[in-house]
Design a protein around this ligand. Structure first.
Ligand code: UDX
Length: 430
């Protein structure tokens, strides 16, 4: 099938490359001409393991192409995916400017029956607004259906998540759209759930918000564990053995970040408020999450007494491993708190330093390896659990430190081992 993907950001690019991998022909459209010409040369501007290879492969097979002309994408396509950004407004609601703009542009180029499907995370009933916009601006008599096909991609594993999904959710309004979308996703062999469109839109928000709730729940339990001398990692293991609960997303730590959880939780709260329902539970999820960086800095202050003038090493900047994405990264909040108190900050991250320089400038010292980030420091903070940190030479790390204070924001290390090696080790919830 021929698919148009509008928006060549993280979701759009992964969608286009994976649709090509599935045997379809995908045309990715973006209004950023520089980005389009870079992509046409196979230069992928985002860090996503395996994506550059997949884009390069399908530029070669000519099943994937890029253009800044939306007409080239729409004409002759069977399905159009809307994958443009929906960033958060100050009140937490998503900014729908890009979705509305591309809906008008798509309408003008509709040249026969198509399904126009939203993939971006959008508030419930967005598809009704898209449909109304398409109807208003499309040539008279042109047939189309709108649909909601939410994506469940995690950064760092986006390609695997697309090609091997737990489920494909198809929010449709007609049997014709259902048949077309079923055919499109057939090659995945994944469970397909067909729903009405509002339910599909809610599934995305409800899923992400539930995962965020699990994280804030275990972080609240972690605070209690610290007070009573329990170990939250053991508690999470005990809880996770109950299949009704499941072990995943019960890792206590410095909190969740990224472009999705914070935004989706805020949007879900905002959505509920607009309908007059008070989603207080989710407000508490966000509050607990915002508290985590402060709790970590308080541990450091308790260990060092005064932070002013002290040197603090930070291991990990990205909001999670296997990405260079700093959006809502807890590390940025921790660094801001340290700098507010006059600490000197030196950082190391395997890939996110170039992105960090854009945000932090020269207000921190960038180190080439984790031992340099520990060199002469009065404390070392583990903020992102990059797998390379698991094999750190702990004796060398302790030698480099001025004081052997180690605050583990992701419970990456074993408390007994760290204390046996002479660290003053502080975990999260243990
Ligand atoms: C998430 C959803 O998982 C995905 O389905 C959706 O499409 C987009 O948002 P992503 O944000 O890429 O994906 O990353 P994820 O791996 O889910 O982690 C999100 C945040 O939660 C990270 O900051 C991570 O460090 C944190 N986290 C995750 C925890 O703090 N504890 C956990 O147990 C799991």
């Amino acid at each position: 099938m021929r698919i148009a993907v509008i928006g060549a950001g993280h979701v759009g690019l992964v969608t286009g490359a994976c649709l090509a991998e599935m045997g379809h022909t995908a045309v990715c459209v973006d209004n950023d001409q520089e980005k389009v010409s870079a992509l046409q040369r196979g230069q992928v501007g985002i860090y996503e393991p395996g994506l550059p290879e997949l884009v390069g492969k399908h530029l070669g097979t000519r099943q994937l192409s890029f253009t800044d002309q939306i007409a080239k994408g729409i004409l002759g396509s069977d399905v159009v995916f809307i994958c443009v950004g929906t960033p958060s407004l100050s009140n937490g609601a998503p900014d729908m400017t890009q979705v509305e703009a591309v809906s008008r542009e798509i309408a003008r180029h509709l040249d026969g029956y198509k399904v126009v499907a939203e993939k971006s995370t959008v508030p419930v009933n967005t598809s009704a607004r898209v449909e109304k916009t398409l109807r208003r601006h499309a040539p008279r008599g042109i047939e189309f259906d709108v649909a909601s096909v939410p994506e469940f991609l995690r950064e760092g594993t986006a390609i695997r998540d697309f090609l091997h999904p737990d489920r494909v959710v198809l929010g449709v309004q007609s049997p014709r759209a259902e048949a077309l979308l079923r055919r499109l996703f057939e090659p995945l062999g994944a469970p397909v759930l067909v729903t009405d469109i509002p339910s599909a839109e809610i599934i995305k928000h409800a899923s992400n918000s539930f995962l965020a709730l699990k994280i804030s729940y275990i972080n609240a339990v972690a605070a209690l564990c610290e007070s009573v001398g329990a170990d939250v990692v053991k508690v999470a293991e005990g809880m996770g053995l109950d299949p009704r609960i499941g072990r995943a997303y019960l890792n206590a730590g410095v909190g969740y970040g990224g472009s999705c959880f914070p935004k989706d939780v805020a949007a879900f709260v905002q959505m509920a408020e607009e309908t007059g329902d008070n989603f207080g539970l989710l407000k508490e999820v966000a509050r607990i999450n915002q508290e985590q960086p402060r709790r970590l800095v308080k541990k450091l202050r308790d260990a060092l007494w005064v932070l002013r003038g002290k040197t603090v090493g930070v291991l990990g900047l990205s909001y999670k491993p296997d990405t260079d994405d700093l959006r809502n990264a807890p590390a940025l909040e921790v660094i801001a708190l340290l700098q507010e108190e006059g600490a000197i900050v030196q950082v190391y991250d395997p890939v996110a330093v170039p992105a960090a320089r854009h945000l932090l400038g020269e207000s921190v010292r960038y180190c080439d390896d984790p031992y340099a980030a520990a060199q002469g420091a009065d404390a070392l903070l583990l903020i992102t659990e990059w797998s390379e940190f698991r094999s750190l030479d702990l004796d060398r790390l302790k030698q480099a430190l001025h004081l052997p204070v180690f605050i583990d924001g992701r419970n990456l290390f074993d408390p007994q081992e760290m204390r046996a090696r002479g660290f003053e080790y502080h975990g999260t919830g243990r």
